[in-house]
Ligand binder design. Structure first.
Ligand SMILES: *Cc1c(COP(=O)(O)O)cnc(C)c1O
Length: 419
């Protein structure tokens, strides 16, 4: 398979009619379609063997002890918050530059969101940002229990600094790695470690939404090396039900006269959800996972090409800052644009790009400015997040993008900025 050339069969019709380049899109080939078709022709559309196969393959790929598949990354984050046993005055540090789901997961369990600022050049949370958020949270009388580093665009937040802080303050770390499928970073010993290995965190969450690096439709994954957290999440993902005799508390009800467990018996010790992944999704996930390295290479090639071709547009346009020691899975290519210097606002730039068939998007509106959160917590000033928000624009980036597509994006931006 050659990733990086547009796949005629999967993308042809779309491009022939529209020639529009979205900011992100899935790569689906005949092998993916065959994998899903095989499930459709089989016995189990859900709760069959494909989910377990996908979980084991994913765990192995990132080097984690456990991987638990679920409905999407929002569910994954919710399950992680449940597993941490948070209480109403407990707080979780969340960078404001993220998708809504990161903060919302904290609210689903009734805990408080301690919004943190980010580096205005990379959009990533730094140790100091987390410390400032902790200070504000404690001033409100909250007990900070966890931090959710968000690996924006596929680069990683400062895991060395954040994990040191977490150790000092006995905080849990849940990585929001929705953007970081296929990202590696250089560990303390100089070795390359995949995001999801949880070498400096308790839990990591991934998204397989079609705009992300690999697709299952909706889909998510939690990875961890902690057996107890894994057990809690595995039970919570399916109603809180267990059929494992070792976990039964009512042995009388569970056991037949023969001494064997009753064949119908199950137990619910804690309340759970139906956040399961289906076998259809898992089969697609397994097939996509086999192409992940190729997807990441194709994305990296495009990122390198953008960096080089857009360099002459500085200082009006600069790529978001690169984090040393990270080889990113690159969910997004974010340009930081000085719209004031350009004399065009962002809506006008997006409109002009769209006219030339180039999609773009803003990642993200700082979550602390959403009406829901302002109502809850009042106004908060996070200058790094505001600066990032006022400058960021995500350009098309996906494996099926050709160099011709890439050149078109660059030519359009160059015309716009250089006149
Ligand atoms: C996409 C995304 C999520 C949610 O993922 P879903 O699979 O769509 O639920 C969470 N966090 C971040 C940072 C995301 O980009």
């Amino acid at each position: 398979m050659v990733v990086g050339r547009r796949h005629a069969r999967s993308a042809g019709a779309f491009f022939v009619t529209a020639r529009f380049l979205p900011y992100g899109r899935q790569w689906i080939d005949e092998a993916d379609i065959a994998a899903v078709e095989q499930v459709l022709r089989g016995d189990w559309l859900t709760q069959g063997p494909s989910v377990g196969w996908f979980e084991r393959a994913f765990a192995e790929k990132v080097g984690a002890r456990h991987a638990i598949a679920c409905a999407n990354a929002t569910a994954a984050l919710h399950l992680c918050m449940l597993a941490l046993n948070l209480e109403p005055d407990d707080a979780v540090v969340v960078p404001s530059v993220t998708f809504l789901a990161t903060a919302n997961a904290v609210r689903y369990v009734g805990a408080q969101v301690a919004f943190a600022d980010v580096d205005p050049q990379s959009g990533l949370m730094r140790r100091q940002d987390a410390e400032d958020a902790i200070r504000r949270a404690e001033a409100r009388g909250w007990r900070v229990r966890a931090v959710i580093p968000v690996h924006l665009a596929g680069q990683t937040a400062d895991m060395a600094g954040l994990s040191a802080l977490a150790r000092e303050r006995a905080l849990s770390i849940v990585e929001d790695a929705a953007h970081a499928v296929g990202t590696h970073l250089t560990g303390p010993d100089g070795q390359k470690v995949a995001v999801g290995a949880c070498d400096r965190s308790d839990l990591a969450c991934f998204s397989f939404h079609p705009v992300k690096t690999m697709a299952t439709g909706e889909g998510g994954m939690v990875t961890t090396n902690d057996d107890a957290l894994a057990r809690r999440i595995r039970v919570a993902v399916s109603h809180g039900m267990t059929r494992d005799p070792a976990e039964f508390s009512d042995t009388l009800a569970a056991t037949a006269a023969s001494g064997q467990p009753n064949p119908w018996y199950y137990e619910m010790g804690e309340i759970g959800l139906n956040y399961r992944m289906t076998d259809l999704q898992a089969a697609l996930g397994l097939s996509q996972l086999s192409k992940l390295d190729a997807f990441v290479r194709a994305r990296q090639t495009l990122v390198d090409a953008y960096d080089m071709a857009l360099a002459p547009l500085a200082p009006v346009l600069r790529p978001a800052a690169k984090v040393p020691g990270v080889s990113a899975g690159w969910h997004l290519y974010v340009a930081l644009i000085d719209f004031a210097a350009l004399g065009l606002d962002r809506a006008a730039v997006m409109g002009r790009l769209r006219q030339d068939g180039v999609g773009s998007q803003v990642h993200y509106i700082p979550v602390h400015t959403q009406p829901y959160y302002r109502r809850l917590y009042g106004d908060l000033t996070l200058p790094g997040a505001q600066s990032w928000y006022h400058h960021c624009l995500s350009l098309p980036l996906y494996p099926a993008m050709s160099m011709t597509d890439h050149d078109r994006v660059v030519a359009t931006l160059t015309r716009l900025i250089k006149g």
